[in-house]
Design a protein around this ligand. Sequence first.
Ligand code: NAP
Length: 282
Amino acid sequence: MSKKNVIVTGITSGIGTAIALDLAKRNFKINLVARTEESGNKIKKMINENTENNDINVYKCDLSLQKEIHEFVKEFKEHNTGLDILINNAAIIPKKLTITSEGNEMQFAVNYIAPYLLSRLLLDLLKNSSPSRIVNTSSTAHTGGNLNINDFQKLNEKYNLRGWGRYLDTKLQLTMDTVELAKELEGTGVTCNAVHPGFVNTNLGRYFTPKFFKPFNKLMGMFILSPQGGADPIIKAACSEKYDNINGKYFHRFKQKEASKKVFDNNVSSKLMEYTKSVTKI
Ligand SMILES: NC(=O)c1ccc[n+]([C@@H]2O[C@H](COP(=O)([O-])OP(=O)(O)OC[C@H]3O[C@@H](n4cnc5c(N)ncnc54)[C@H](OP(=O)(O)O)[C@@H]3O)[C@@H](O)[C@H]2O)c1
């Protein structure tokens, strides 16, 4: 049997590093997607030092830019004809409104558009390897999202709570897309699910946490999940037989749970899909 071929994003820190190391120990072929070649190679070196697995590949891709996502997928397809698991894990919370060079709000681009695009552009390879899986790292934070159907990126609204407000929105958008994509995937052998990893000690708050709060972060870190603890439910959704044929569902860690009612608002959802198609042009 050939090795499982896996793509993981957001591998340079926190939950993503733990996922990549864990899957490398299972002897999967691991494709690390990192914002810079240097940061990706650092993780590859760490994996090489801690496992016997030599099938670790680094792809440079700034996920805030669609141009780089297209280039990454093109390069990946030059080396691979199939893909068993895609884990869309990267996310960011800048404290100030940041617009990418392509004109999109940064969180919208990284936390929502990147997984949307990667899942669609890699679908042919996922189908070639079916049964195969897409796992989106969502968050219980999606329940607090509040979308504006006339301005999904909220470019004309205040950037509130040091970016936390937009984070809630992008996790809601990602969870909505999980459900929408799952409908399209019915019968293909490819599944797509969203997982909340728990409250995990990572670098996610590095930009938006106020300076005065940083000393408390260390203390808090002792009481919340380790990166491996956050990785475990995502790895299970990606690998366990128990998730065979489960499609379009939301997991609060290991437990399948009904996502927020907002996720199933068909009017908002169809407008979001229409808008996303116009932004991604696919
Ligand atoms: N921590 C929690 O309590 C928690 C709770 C619920 C959900 N989550 C979710 O878990 C996932 C992993 O987050 P984490 O907590 O492990 O945070 P983290 O330690 O900050 O890791 C985030 C990862 O995303 C990458 N990333 C950000 N922007 C990128 C870009 N433009 N291009 C490429 N990579 C980029 C980062 O790379 P760089 O090093 O290059 O910045 C980093 O590897 C996220 O989806 C997050 O929303 C976390």
